[in-house]
Design a binder for this molecule. Structure first.
Ligand SMILES: [Zn+2]
Length: 103
């Protein structure tokens, strides 16, 4: 019976936990439905494209919802989008500077 209860592992620290535990007894991370909302894929996309931008990368790498390949794809996508936005911002600011100095 005791072995049945200790059949799960924490996604964060790999500590053995009771399969009915809502939080890890070692690191305190939520398990199953109690995993923090900001690790969910839709929340990651929302955060990356609204407030966090490239600073969402640590969340992408820590989320238990994505496999290794998906984390790489999401990271490369985020870096590419960030680079594109940075490049467009640089070009736009350059044009704005040309317009302002031309006046
Ligand atoms: Zn843990």
């Amino acid at each position: 019976m005791a072995e049945d209860e200790l059949c799960a592992r924490c996604w964060n620290c790999a500590w053995e936990i009771d399969s009915r535990d809502r939080f890890c007894r070692q690191c305190g991370q939520g398990q199953g439905a109690w995993i923090p909302w900001y690790y969910r894929p839709l929340a990651l996309v929302l955060l990356a494209f609204t407030v966090l931008g490239p600073f969402a990368l640590p969340l992408v790498w820590r989320t238990p919802y994505l496999g290794r390949a998906a984390k790489w794809v999401a990271s490369i996508g985020l870096v590419v989008v960030t680079g594109y936005v940075g490049w467009r911002l640089t070009v736009t600011l350059g044009e704005l500077g040309d317009v302002l100095t031309g006046l």
